[in-house]
Design a protein around this ligand. Structure first.
Ligand code: S3P
Length: 175
């Protein structure tokens, strides 16, 4: 049975690498944000606007407990998922957890490619974004570093770089 959970900051490449990894392993891929959106029929920005971050974190926890119970999956969670409640401990108890670790500059570059989906960084100038990433990454690192495995991520701007990550993960996990 393969149950892999990818964690890491927004823009680390969890969804990109997760999809490629799942395809390579021939198992379904789930993205926790997508799962929440589908189950509640609301976008992440809508949930934040209506229920605040606190409300979102409750839903996120509940949906993590649903999605992480599936067998033979690759699941990518949200950047904040490991940092609330006992989520990190829970994920470690039932899955191979992998921290996709990237420098703030790389995260900022990836985030510029996917604008408008992330309420926590909406409307920030490039300078504000970098400062926010630096600060919150530092606060989140103690949670992320509890993952069973860590993979250093550089700029994911070609398919071959994504494939390389998949290969490293397969070797690391021996799957
Ligand atoms: C968040 C990350 C997002 C999403 C929400 C909050 C965070 O997921 O869950 O906007 O707290 O870092 P991604 O990491 O997939 O962008």
């Amino acid at each position: 049975m393969v149950r892999i959970i990818l964690i890491g900051y927004m823009g680390a490449g969890k969804t990109t690498v997760g999809k490629a990894l799942a395809a390579e392993l021939g198992v379904p891929f789930y993205d926790l944000d997508w799962y929440i959106t589908t189950r509640y029929r609301r976008t992440i920005p809508e949930i934040f606007a209506q229920q605040g971050e606190e409300g979102f974190r409750e839903l996120e926890r509940k949906m993590l407990h649903e999605a992480a119970e599936f067998e033979d999956i690759v699941l990518s969670c949200g950047g904040g998922t490991p940092c609330f409640f006992d989520n990190m401990e829970y994920m470690n108890s039932l899955a191979d957890t992998i921290y996709l670790k990237a420098e703030p500059e790389i995260l900022a570059q990836h985030l510029k490619m996917g604008k408008g989906k992330r309420p926590l960084i909406e409307g920030k100038t490039p300078e504000e974004l970098e400062a926010y990433i630096q600060e919150s990454l530092q606060a989140r690192e103690p949670f992320y570093s509890q993952a069973k495995y860590t993979l250093d991520i550089s700029l994911l701007d070609t398919f071959s770089k994504i494939d390389e990550c998949v290969k490293i993960i397969k070797d690391m996990l021996k799957v």
